[in-house]
Design a protein around this ligand. Structure first.
Ligand code: ZN
Length: 552
């Protein structure tokens, strides 16, 4: 088939936009640093009572200890290198130090962890959790040969490093021992903070976490963290296991010292009161609706005051689910924490510039952080609604099992699109001003480019591409050939949101793997119109470099 004129024009446009975006005259390291735009992050700490401000001071100090531990967890040579870099006063030297601080290591997270300092080896897969000369096989043979069940648990557990004894034999060392130089003073600070606060749930968390730093038993403090009900909401300790690329066993230390956002907490409460009504109105066959939805997982919206340890490294976390310990989550569930001021900084520094390139100028005034954030909340809530436990061919199963490898992209698309459905319902009910509708859809359109910007291999990007092209085919998103930008048709948007929500949820309710795969195959691609926009985004920062001014 001959290529249409439209495709030819699009190809020319793609070529032009690519050419116009190359940059000159900057060192490779400067280019790397530019991807993180510095931005002040503030939280309203002035509203805290005086004693809680003193608590905060102590917690900020604890966050500093998390830095010290984390730097040592990354690599055995990290501290020595940092000292060396700090002593180099040349411009290039200061630049290296700057990028080291962004990554908390000499490896660039955005570049597949390539080293950016001469003479530095490849990033050790097991970080500094294991001896660097240890192989996976050696570890597995050793762990399998341990007689004592408790020892076995320590070997593969979150909170023990693996070291070599005198005769090169492997041994598990508790974090409380390995990092005692830092954990002991950190525990003292937590105890001081606990004695200062008047909030019982915070006192409990701080005391039990101080105990955990010394005893290496984190269970009780994880439970206390789940039960936190306080203006100051700290998350401090060893948590994520991503850095252990050998086994994903060992937890890295980090800290998020945050302040609860009361306004958003109220908004969430309001949403929660509507959830059953939303479920009852889902655009699917009534037999697929859940007549009595369960209690949803707790969500906290907070503003970050300061972070420490792993949370400072690389791309900044905007939300997290903790704890990871399955014993705690089986009994207590987990909590989702959303970092509102970090999201807002990313919105201003990354999404707004994207919107300028992606959407027609006359729509730009509708771009707004509030609907962006509210839609993220709605997304999270909608994960808990719609079909989950289903019956296929008379057998009880789950959507996750039935849809296999396409499940996560499908579920992300569901949460996004039905999040819009939820908000539209609340707009129709008068809970939001009518003007919110256009803001929400335009902001969502701009956000789509942010999600697919770095590819569609990952679930969120893939799920977004699915929605985007579906809405394009429904005439809800429109590519304007004149401006080479996008606009929306609000009326059609409303209809298409309902239609796609219904289609996705019906496939989920039927556990129909074949149809799910078909839908993904048809829509989850990057089409030429989208590629035109993506090509214009190369100069827009990837992420932020946060400067926490409230902590000062
Ligand atoms: Zn999600």
């Amino acid at each position: 088939m001959k290529p249409s004129l439209k495709i030819i024009l699009l190809t020319i446009l793609i070529a032009l936009t690519t050419i116009s975006c190359s940059r000159r005259n900057a060192s490779p390291l400067t280019e790397k640093i530019r991807r993180f735009v510095p931005v002040k992050i503030t939280a309203n700490v002035s509203k805290l009572p005086d004693n809680e401000k003193l608590v905060l001071r102590k917690l900020i100090e604890v966050a500093g200890y998390m830095d010290s531990i984390y730097l040592r967890q990354v690599w055995s040579g990290n501290i020595e290198l940092l000292t060396e870099l700090s002593n180099d006063q040349t411009t290039e030297g200061q630049e290296r130090l700057h990028y080291f601080h962004i990554n908390m290591s000499p490896w660039s997270g955005l570049d597949d962890n390539a080293p950016f300092i001469k003479g530095v080896p490849d990033k050790p897969e097991g970080a500094n959790y294991y001896p660097e000369d240890m192989t996976k096989e050696e570890f597995s043979a050793w762990a399998a040969g341990l007689n004592d069940e408790t020892m076995k648990k320590c070997a593969t557990g979150f909170f023990h490093t693996i070291r070599r004894e005198s005769e090169k034999k492997l041994i598990a060392v508790p974090y409380s021992d390995e990092y005692k130089t830092f954990l002991n003073p950190a525990a003292n600070l937590l105890r001081d903070a606990a004695s200062l606060t008047e909030n019982p749930s915070l006192k409990k968390f701080l005391e039990t976490r101080a105990d955990a730093f010394l005893s290496n038993n984190y269970y009780e403090s994880d439970v206390a963290w789940m039960e936190l009900d306080s203006q100051l909401e700290p998350t401090i300790g060893p948590y994520e296991v991503y850095m252990d690329e050998l086994f994903n066993y060992k937890a890295a230390f980090e800290a998020f010292i945050t302040l609860r956002n009361d306004e958003e907490t109220k908004k969430l409460e309001k949403f929660s009161s509507y959830l059953q009504e939303i479920e009852n109105n889902l655009p699917i066959d009534s037999r697929y609706r859940n007549p009595k939805i369960g209690e949803s997982a707790p969500i906290r919206v907070v503003d970050v005051i300061v972070t420490g340890g792993e949370s400072r490294a690389g791309v900044q976390t905007a939300a997290f689910n903790l704890p990871n310990d399955e014993k705690v989550t089986a009994e207590k569930g987990s909590k989702r924490v959303m970092l509102k001021n970090v999201m807002e900084a990313k919105f201003n520094m990354v999404l707004i510039p994207i919107a300028r390139k992606a959407i027609n100028d006359n729509l730009f005034e509708h771009i707004s952080f509030d609907p962006f954030f509210t839609h993220i909340l709605a997304h999270e809530l909608m994960h808990g609604l719609g079909p989950q436990n289903i019956t296929v061919d008379g057998k009880r199963t789950t959507v996750r099992e039935s849809l296999k490898e396409v499940h996560s992209a499908f579920e992300e698309a569901k949460a996004d699109i039905s999040g819009l459905f939820l908000l539209q319902h609340l707009i129709d009910k008068g809970e939001f001003e009518k003007s919110y509708e256009e803001q929400m859809y335009v902001t969502y359109l701009a956000g789509a480019f942010r999600s697919v910007r770095f590819g569609i291999n990952e679930s969120h990007g893939k799920g977004m591409a699915l929605q985007f092209n579906y809405l394009l085919d429904e005439g809800a998103f429109i590519f304007d050939k004149q401006t080479a930008k996008f606009s929306i048709h609000t009326e059609k948007m409303r209809e298409a949101v309902k239609k796609l929500t219904g289609e996705i949820m019906t496939i989920q309710a039927e556990g129909n793997y074949k149809k799910a795969k078909e839908l993904i195959g048809r829509y989850a691609t990057i089409r030429p119109e989208m590629q035109i926009i993506l090509n214009t985004l190369t100069d827009i920062p990837t992420d932020i470099e946060p400067l926490y001014t409230s902590a000062k």
